[in-house]
Write a protein of this length. Structure first.
Length: 410
């Protein structure tokens, strides 16, 4: 045997235990940071902190491969030791597969630019699926293995002793039944608490059209008149969008009526505009088909968007030569983003959209009016867009300020 391998295997039992502990803590950190990143609630609360948590998750995730590799060097011996313990062998396989799957899909999500949107999508689905299957498994595994469940002698609550001191082997063993009961209770508890989100996740990642319909049905905006789709939108020339939008927001979802909605173009322009809904939807429109990519990995393909090209709005207002930045404001009062004047002029498909696949964009997805920048990641696509300001200086948008790359080209 090679020396280094011999050295690694020295003190094998102790090493295995500490590997297990290390791995346990890594999984705890990844689970907590991962769940925070997943839950929409934290997007607004954490702000910049979310970017730190994301980095912590990535760094610890990459580091998580170290104990796995170390274990693999000890695995042959461990495997032999587990002969005749099929459940423990099964557990080793499950845990290793989970860790490997999380690692590979995680690295792909981290390198989203290198792997491109298609593979990021696959990676995100895998990463999520492993979480919903793996996390309950690991929680169950750790809970049922804590000492006082495993070794009855260590439990603080002891099973009552037989009064006569005679041990009847045929009697049902109270200790064992209690243990089984506790396991069952933990299992049921987990199923009840995590089950619904699992099923919801399954539903949202399998059924495609249903969710969008739900969002449209639950549109909280009341804009009249409802815009009538152009011929190209209905039926949509893109053939209908494919994929799921995840509803992202850093604020509670704002809702609009004709009374509290207007659309402003101002700043360094020859003629500032302030449209109400009726005059806004009367502007000449266009229809375009494009994909929508979020940097966290998901995409929606072949969206048929209908709205007003940004260039046409700018031309109407007349941009002054000093203007260098186009600043977009959301009606949520918090979110902003920008394009440079150059980018805005270079891209013909930047659209101030209000219809998607021939239907009004629902409130959850940024309606009544949402910016669409197909050639850039979707954090540029400001939801509830209600103001465009032309400015001379620069401005760091919401996610730019919190660490997202300023350059959002896909
Ligand atoms: N006002 C506002 N616009 C926003 C966001 C947001 O949180 N608030 N999130 C951005 C991000 S990161 C993405 S991926 C898309 C998501 O759009 P959707 O919620 O319609 O799927 O909106 C973008 N525009
Ligand atoms: Mo995003």
């Amino acid at each position: 045997m090679k020396d280094w391998l011999f050295n690694i295997r020295k003190g094998y039992g102790r090493k295995l235990t500490s590997l297990h502990t290390w791995n346990g803590w890594i999984v705890v950190i990844l689970a907590l940071t991962g769940l925070i990143l997943l839950a929409g609630f934290w997007r607004g609360v954490l702000g910049e902190g979310r970017v730190w948590i994301k980095w912590l998750h990535i760094v610890v995730g990459i580091a998580s491969i170290v104990p796995v590799i170390y274990y693999l060097l000890l695995a042959a011996k461990h495997w032999k030791q587990l002969a005749g313990k099929p459940w423990q062998r099964f557990n080793v396989i499950v845990v290793l597969s989970l860790l490997a799957g999380w690692f590979v899909s995680g690295v792909m999500l981290w390198l989203y630019r290198t792997v491109g949107p298609t593979w990021s999508n696959v990676a995100l689905v895998v990463h999520d699926a492993l979480t919903w299957v793996g996390l309950p498994y690991i929680i169950y595994h750790s809970l049922t293995r804590v000492k006082w469940l495993k070794e009855p002698s260590r439990r603080t609550i002891q099973a009552p002793k037989e009064p006569d001191g005679i041990h009847d082997a045929a009697k049902p063993q109270p200790v064992y039944t209690r243990r089984a009961f506790l396991r069952l209770a933990i299992g049921t508890g987990l199923a009840v608490t995590l089950g619904p989100s699992f099923i919801k996740w399954l539903g949202s990642s399998v059924g495609t059209s249903r969710n969008l319909e739900d969002l449209i049905e639950n549109d909280k905006n009341h804009m009249v008149p409802a815009p009538q789709p152009m011929v190209a939108s209905s039926p949509p020339i893109g053939g209908g969008s494919r994929g799921q939008f995840r509803v992202y927001t850093v604020t509670p979802i704002p809702t609009f009526t004709n009374a509290n909605w207007s659309f402003t173009i101002d700043g360094l322009v020859d003629k500032a505009f302030n449209y109400d809904w009726e005059s806004f939807v009367a502007l000449p429109r266009k229809v375009q088909v494009s994909d929508f990519h979020c940097i966290t990995g998901w995409s929606v393909y072949d969206n048929t968007w209908e709205g007003i090209p940004l260039k046409e709005l700018l031309a109407q207002a007349g941009v002054k030569p000093q203007a260098r930045t186009v600043k977009f404001y959301s009606g949520d009062g918090v979110y902003t983003d920008t394009l440079t004047m150059e980018q805005a002029m270079q891209m013909d498909d930047v659209m101030v959209a209000f219809m998607h696949d021939g239907k009004p964009i629902p409130s959850d997805l940024g309606g009544p009016v949402k910016l669409i920048v197909p050639k850039m990641y979707a954090y540029k696509s400001v939801k509830w867009l209600n103001r465009i300001e032309l400015i001379e200086g620069e401005h760091a948008g919401y996610w730019i300020e919190r660490g997202y790359p300023k350059d959002a080209w896909i």
